[in-house]
Ligand binder design. Structure first.
Ligand code: SAM
Length: 254
């Protein structure tokens, strides 16, 4: 049976909602702290967390925004976010099931956008970015965070291959230049950019996605056969753990 890409995403994430709420890589980190510092500075009235997953951006935004909408393709993810928000007494978070490529919000509905570790799953990245711009008021701040490709084809091919083997809903970790191009074409003005390298513990990384054993073996085979350049860049360890490049861009809706 063939499925649309959105169904592949839902099948991947829905049953793993609890794991994403609890995931240490998602629940914290310097990138999330940096995003929160921007929300604190802007103090938005209506903030949107696009591709909320386990809701970690929404929980941080809720401390500084009057109202937060957490949106995602996966209803199961959103149910977990709503339950967690209730537990934490964050009563200014609402949830909305929607694909990033077709948002059910009017133009200029929000004055802040956060989008973290989601865009690399979208089947139409540029359309999602145009939708993000459409629902923001002119002058609104957008903060996007995602894994990114270091750019050289050698490293890029390895990265996309292991990502896809781990998770069939992976589409592409874009390069910094691809991100900048998509943002500018969608009507954003780039403000600042930052990068980090985050260690992916191999067992945790594949367990969270329940990667099938045959794919785990293929990832390990690719890592074992990787060239010195690939091993060095990703700092691949004996157990398969590696360093992932992550970037944050702050942009303004022009
Ligand atoms: C890795 S999780 C997001 C993590 C979360 N933003 C955080 O900071 O912890 C990726 C999420 O993107 C959602 N997603 C993937 N493709 C999407 C799309 N086209 N539209 C909306 N959400 C999407 C998935 O359902 C999943 O919940």
């Amino acid at each position: 049976m063939t499925r649309a890409h959105h169904a592949v995403v839902e099948d991947q994430f829905g049953p793993r909602a609890k794991a994403y709420v609890e995931s240490a890589v998602h629940a914290g980190g310097e990138d999330l702290d940096a995003l929160e510092a921007v929300v604190r500075r802007v103090a938005p009235v209506r903030a949107l967390d696009l591709g909320t997953g386990g809701g970690h951006v929404a929980y941080r935004m809720a401390r500084h925004a009057r109202k937060v909408t957490a949106s995602d393709l996966s209803g199961e993810m959103l149910a977990a976010v709503a339950a967690t928000a209730r537990t934490r007494a964050l009563d200014n978070i609402e949830t909305m099931e929607a694909p990033a490529e077709r948002l059910p919000f009017p133009d200029a509905a929000f004055d802040f956008l956060g989008c973290r570790y989601s865009a690399h799953h979208w089947h139409d990245f540029e359309r999602g970015m145009r939708e993000a711009r459409r629902v923001l008021a002119r002058g609104a701040t957008a903060v996007v965070i995602d894994a990114y490709s270091p750019g050289s084809p050698l490293l890029d091919t390895h990265l996309q291959a292991v990502e896809l083997l781990r998770d069939p809903s992976h589409v592409r970790d874009y390069t910094a230049a691809e991100w900048a191009g998509a943002l500018v074409r969608s009507g954003f003005q780039m403000r600042t950019g930052r990068t980090w390298r985050i260690r992916m513990d191999f067992d945790v990384w594949i367990s969270r996605m329940r990667t099938p054993a045959v794919h785990v073996q293929a990832i390990r085979a690719l890592q074992a056969a990787a060239s010195a350049e690939v091993r060095d860049h990703f700092a691949i360890e004996a157990d398969g753990s590696f360093m992932l490049d992550v970037m944050m861009v702050e942009a303004i809706a022009a």
